[in-house]
Design a protein around this ligand. Structure first.
Ligand code: LLP
Length: 421
């Protein structure tokens, strides 16, 4: 099944609702999510026994609620994410575990929380094993293993290899097995996530590493997690993921382990981006158009305070213009930037900060620019830099647009600040 749509340089509507109506009703900048796209992506992954959403990609409780209603469980990388999951209706107990805490450290709050509520833990460091063992002996744990190599769309999203802080180093496996034993913990599962936006060549290496590591740990293993990292298209020439091939590679590992251990082994997948990237649009208004020497700039009311991926990783996002007045059929090269008082506030940049122009329709101030494929790592990485409010978020389902987060007010931004005396 390939349900993806190609990216076009202009658009009049999002999920059947005119862009101009959305802008008028909710203001700009606003994140807009399409529930149907999320449902389609979930269905593509049904072959896996467990779909565990890496909620760090988009943790609005309305999105989590939608996931829950479709049988998707979640991971949590902080006590805040555990809290969100609970607010979205996830229980603390059940099979598969509705919430798994996965991290490389416990801050004190998280350790107290997982102990108090008996939340399953995926340990990414020997210290986590030690600390959990001391606080809550007798439990089952899973280990996140760094197999010694990694891959990602950017050096900053590569989570394997010796430059990465993530997971338990593969050569420390024996030590960690002994540590678990000493602390009366049973290693019931293994997890490997080598990076975000990976490919098949690296995937088959991970599969081999998983098989070998699981055989070394032995038959206490009842779950393996393939982590996340499934790539999604950001350009028309990007191919959609062959999910079947992805599943087959992992299923083979699972079957080999079942044969070896003589019991069933559950296969989990833990995507963030794949489930939510394509559902999201950042709707912004063009507020100024100006020339700087040879360069033309479209300046939006959205900046890297709203979407940080371009400034952090040089990430490419498709863009389209929604005309508020007379549409133009002409194109021109434009650099697209935001309102922040910082020259890096440019959406059309490559890794290393190189500013590029993009061929876009000729637009006017007051037209809208839609930054597409912005549903993953968009709003969740937003900030109040320059005292800009966090934007609104809207979920469109069944032709209706629901406000799922109010835009912050100036007073919200200073809430919690105190002048002493
Ligand atoms: N599982 C673990 C343990 C992870 O660390 C991550 C992502 C995922 C799953 C989900 O990965 P995904 O399926 O979304 O690729 N902010 C970056 C991505 C950082 C990913 C961090 N960990 C970006 O905007 O591309």
């Amino acid at each position: 099944m390939n349900t993806r749509q190609l990216f076009a340089p202009t658009r009049t509507e999002i999920c059947g609702i005119p862009v101009t109506d959305l802008a008028e009703k909710f203001g700009t900048p606003t994140y807009i999510y399409d529930a149907e796209t999320i449902r389609q992506r979930i269905e593509q992954l049904r072959q896996f026994d467990v779909i565990r959403f890496a909620q760090k990609a988009n943790s609005n409780i309305a999105v989590l609620d939608l996931m829950r209603k479709h049988g998707v469980v979640v991971d949590a990388v902080s006590s805040g994410e555990v809290h969100r999951a609970q607010r979205a209706g996830y229980e603390l107990h059940g099979a598969p575990h509705p919430i798994v805490y996965t991290a490389d450290i416990f801050d004190r709050e998280a350790l107290d929380l997982v102990v108090k509520h008996d939340i399953p833990v995926n340990c990414g460091s020997p210290d986590m094993i030690r600390q959990l063992g001391q606080a809550a002996p007798g439990r089952e744990i899973t280990l996140r293993i760094n197999p010694g190599f990694g891959h990602g769309h950017s050096a900053k999203t590569n989570t394997g290899g010796d430059h990465s802080k993530h997971g338990i180093w593969h050569e420390q496996l024996d030590e960690c097995v002994a540590l678990a034993k000493e602390n009366d913990l049973t290693i019931a599962g293994l997890h490997m996530h080598i990076g975000s936006g990976t490919d098949f060549e690296h995937l088959s290496q991970v599969c081999d590493a998983m098989r070998q590591t699981a055989l070394e740990v032995g038959s206490t293993i009842t779950t393996i997690s393939a982590g996340g990292g499934l790539p999604t298209p950001y350009k028309n020439e990007d191919e959609g993921l062959d999910v079947d091939r992805y599943f087959q590679l992992w299923d083979k590992v699972r079957k080999d382990l079942e044969t070896e251990f003589g019991h069933s082994v559950a296969l989990e997948i833990e995507p963030g981006r794949f489930l939510v990237a394509e559902c999201g649009y950042l709707l912004a208004e063009i507020r100024a158009i100006k020339k700087m020497g040879e360069n033309l700039f479209y300046l939006l009311d959205a900046g890297f305070n709203n979407l940080a991926r371009p400034i952090l990783y040089g990430s490419y996002h498709p863009m389209s213009i929604a005309f508020s007045g007379k549409p133009s059929t002409e194109f021109q090269n434009a650099i697209v930037g935001g309102p922040l008082c910082e020259s890096g506030d440019i959406f059309t940049q490559e890794e290393g900060g190189f500013v590029c122009a993009r061929e876009l329709p000729v637009a006017n101030v007051g037209d809208f620019l839609v930054i597409e494929c912005a549903g993953a790592y968009g709003f969740v990485m937003a900030s109040n830099y320059n005292s800009k409010p966090l934007s609104a978020e809207v979920l469109i389902d069944d032709g209706k647009a629901h406000l799922i987060r109010k835009r912050q007010t100036p007073e919200d931004i200073v809430a919690g600040e105190v002048i002493p005396g």
